[in-house]
Design a protein around this ligand. Structure first.
Ligand SMILES: Cc1ncc(COP(=O)(O)O)c(C=O)c1O
Length: 460
């Protein structure tokens, strides 16, 4: 896969002035673009034109490409395009917010989500509806007994079940089809937030009449090698044909008179304004490349890599891994490993890895505060202390972890580079003196400032 990804040979500066190959172990946040994506966008740039209703050749060409992009995303998740629609949005957050705006449920109904969610699959539900959270087990797995209990207690009153396909913190993959069956048996529908699952595993929406059918799926292009501002929401046409769109305006209508509005067909009615044609093409090309390479092959590569990393980290007594620690169970998660270097602030560790190792990792709570706080098993006093400091504008004591996350192109050498850095940090073998900025919680090396002029100078 390394030949398929753009920019992997790029060298980046360290604080001692040397250059090293950049190691990106932050793929759960965003992945680099695929070569084929960049090539296609370069080619399409010379034909770029506004889609729909344009009569010129370039408009007709872009309209065809944009329409095909919808079909490719439907194929990527195994959706029947006759009964389902693919709506392009900006990212997974917008996809879930759109659904939360479009969903109308009777008074007294609830949404069931889980404690494992990214804030993007939690807050939009809390904004509009009474939202119940399925608990996590102490090691961070979904407590399925509690899921069953909440479904049973609220039988006939569940407006939607909204579950992540894979956690962005621990990487745990949810039994989405089993949960779908249970949701359907309880008379409701299910949304899978597939932002993390899609780049790592094959997704199969299954036929609409299958008890394990996934009703709604949210995707993020920038997590599947197409970082050009597009995500997608896939769901039943009948659902989106009910009522008007959440955003109205240009492109959403069929006929407008001074007194009347008739909405356009799907997906146009739910893609208000001029769409991000290039982003949609990028996402479709990435999806096609992933399908051609074979998701099973990618999953197997990442399983081997995850097992390798768990083995290595597990042999370091000063490392605490959260979630699954057993290399033999690496197949139960996508390639995301959260950990801490005992006795070293997570933000300091991540800073040293970046400034002195040329390695990109992420630290903090990964937009999943309740879940991370659970995993850290913080006593209530510590949570309260952190909360009040944080609200007073001081993020220095923010709890958290460091997360390494793989893409389909990651290698054991990448893991080794991070492991070596962890060993160095543990020995105190780093040169910078790091100062924490209370307002952001981040650490920066004293006496060093990034000089981006030779990187960005002519570009922007
Ligand atoms: C599981 C999960 N859901 C949703 C999101 C939000 O995705 P986006 O940034 O595309 O809105 C993320 C981002 O990290 C995520 O990991």
């Amino acid at each position: 896969m390394r030949d398929c990804i753009y920019g992997l040979d790029r060298q980046v500066p360290l604080i001692d002035g040397s250059l090293v190959r950049y190691v990106n172990l932050d793929n759960a946040a965003s992945t680099p673009p695929m070569v084929q994506v960049v090539k296609t966008l370069n080619e399409m740039a010379s034909y770029y034109s506004s889609v729909h209703r344009g009569t010129g050749f370039k408009s007709r060409l872009c309209t065809e490409a944009y329409d095909r992009a919808h079909d490719i995303i439907a194929e990527f998740v195994g959706a029947n395009i006759r009964t389902n629609t693919v709506i392009f949005v900006k990212n997974a957050t917008e996809a879930i917010n759109k659904l939360s705006h479009r969903l109308s449920i009777p008074d007294g109904h609830v949404i069931i989500t889980t404690r494992l969610e990214h804030h993007s699959n939690d807050l939009p539900w809390r904004d509009h509806f009474r939202t119940l959270h399925v608990k996590a087990t102490p090691d961070g797995r979904l407590d399925e007994d509690h899921f069953d209990q909440l479904l049973e207690e609220n039988h006939g009153r569940v407006g939607l079940v909204a579950v992540t396909g894979a956690s962005n913190v621990t990487g745990f993959i949810q039994p989405i089809h089993r949960l779908a069956r249970k949701a359907h048996e309880a008379g409701t529908r299910i949304l899978i937030d597939a932002a993390q699952l899609a780049p790592h595993r094959q997704i199969d929406m299954k036929p609409d009449d299958d008890s394990e059918h996934l009703d709604f799926i949210a995707l993020a292009g920038h997590k599947m090698y197409a970082p050009y501002g597009t995500g997608a929401l896939i769901g039943p046409r009948s659902f989106f044909l009910e009522g008007g769109p959440d955003y109205s305006g240009g492109g959403t209508v069929h006929v407008v008179t001074p007194d009347e509005v008739h909405w356009a067909e799907l997906p146009d009615r739910d893609e208000a304004g001029s769409p991000n044609v290039m982003g949609a093409i990028a996402m479709a090309v990435a999806a096609k490349t992933l399908m051609n390479k074979g998701m099973d092959c990618i999953a197997e590569h990442e399983r081997i890599l995850t097992a390798y990393a768990l083995e290595k980290l597990g042999s370091m007594p000063y490392i605490k891994i959260y979630g699954e620690t057993d290399p033999a169970r690496a197949h139960e998660k996508v390639g995301v490993i959260p950990f801490n270097l005992i006795g070293t602030d997570h933000a300091l560790m991540a800073a040293i890895a970046g400034y002195e190792g040329g390695i990109g990792v992420r630290n903090g709570c990964f937009c999943a505060h309740p879940y991370v706080v659970d995993l850290l098993q913080l006593p209530p006093e510590a949570i309260e202390k952190w909360r009040s400091q944080f609200l007073a504008g001081d993020k220095s004591a923010m709890p958290g972890m460091v997360r390494m996350s793989f893409g389909c192109y990651s290698t054991t050498e990448d893991v080794d580079r991070l492991v070596e850095m962890l060993e160095r940090i543990e020995r105190g073998d780093y040169s910078g003196t790091y100062r924490q900025i209370p307002k952001t919680g981040e650490f920066i090396p004293e006496g060093y400032t990034d000089d981006f002029s030779s990187w960005l100078g002519a570009l922007i």
